[in-house]
Design a protein around this ligand. Structure first.
Ligand code: THU
Length: 263
């Protein structure tokens, strides 16, 4: 039995924008007719818990810069994780040198500025309150959330925590039954506990799901529908996905909840 929480924390920094602009300018000065840069920086945190004990703990940082230059119809790309001035110099001169020896491609080139898509608002994919939890609390949270599971039939131990607008955090776990269909999921357990404790006025501001099986477990459709009457559309939902920990807004995981409003 294990649980794993992984995250990629974007660091929105003006410095990275500036660095990207500097690299493009450098490439243009070095002879490029066009250039584009992508910079990525993040932190990763993951922990594996077995039988209630921390088995492995990994905290690491990663970053990378990618450059694509065009010399007319010749193009080349280089990438690096070295952001030092020498590293950047090397990145740019390498790309230019490579482009000089590549053959011309009549279709190479960047699209016109006007044909780029434009994001008018932040995609809201980053939630400081989730990422700002200290490491030991995250481990504790992962461990506690699913340890109380009653799941003798599936052995799939799920935990859910919901944060309410009154500041309270209520947790729930899955409770199975030999008549399998009677099983209640962790998310609905947390929801009914929250309503039972604080009444029907509760509003859910954030939802987190974890399991002790090191498997993907987004909230199931039934739980999404149940939560929809209490969850704010922008509430972040954190859950283990196939590609690691994911955060999506509630409205993104349930775009068309059933409602009974008459026309
Ligand atoms: N389960 C949850 O607790 N939440 C979900 O969203 C989906 C499934 C539980 C129910 C059952 O005990 C086990 O996972 C296997 O389906």
């Amino acid at each position: 039995m294990s649980t794993s929480i992984a995250e990629a924390t974007p660091v929105h920094s003006q410095d990275l924008n500036q660095l990207a602009a500097d690299i493009v300018a450098k490439a243009m000065r070095a002879g490029a007719t066009d250039a584009e840069v992508v910079i990525r920086e993040g932190d990763e945190f993951s922990t594996l818990v077995r039988l209630g004990q921390v088995d492995t703990l990994k905290e690491s940082g990663s970053r990378g810069v990618g450059l694509r230059v065009f010399l007319g119809q010749r193009a080349a790309s280089t990438s690096s994780s070295d952001f030092s001035p020498e590293g950047i110099e090397h990145l740019v001169s390498g790309a230019i040198a490579l482009a000089r020896v590549t053959s011309e491609d009549p279709f190479a080139g960047l699209p016109e500025h006007g044909s780029f898509g434009q994001l008018t608002q932040d995609l809201d994919l980053y939630y400081e309150d989730v990422y700002s939890l200290p490491g030991d609390q995250r481990i504790d949270y992962a461990r506690r959330a699913a340890l109380r599971s009653y799941s003798p039939y599936s052995s799939f131990r799920v935990g859910a925590a919901i944060r309410l607008s009154n500041g309270e955090i209520v947790t729930g776990t899955n409770v199975e039954n030999v008549s399998y269909g009677l099983t209640i999921c962790a998310e609905r357990s947390a929801l009914v506990a929250a309503v039972s404790q604080f009444g029907p006025e509760i509003r859910i501001e954030a939802i987190a799901v974890a399991n002790l099986n090191n498997a993907a477990s987004p909230p199931c459709g039934a739980c999404r529908q149940m939560l929809s009457e209490f969850a704010l559309p922008e509430a972040p939902v954190v859950f283990p996905a196939a590609d690691g920990q994911r955060v999506m807004s509630f409205s993104a995981i349930l775009p068309l909840a059933f409602d009974m409003k008459l026309k």
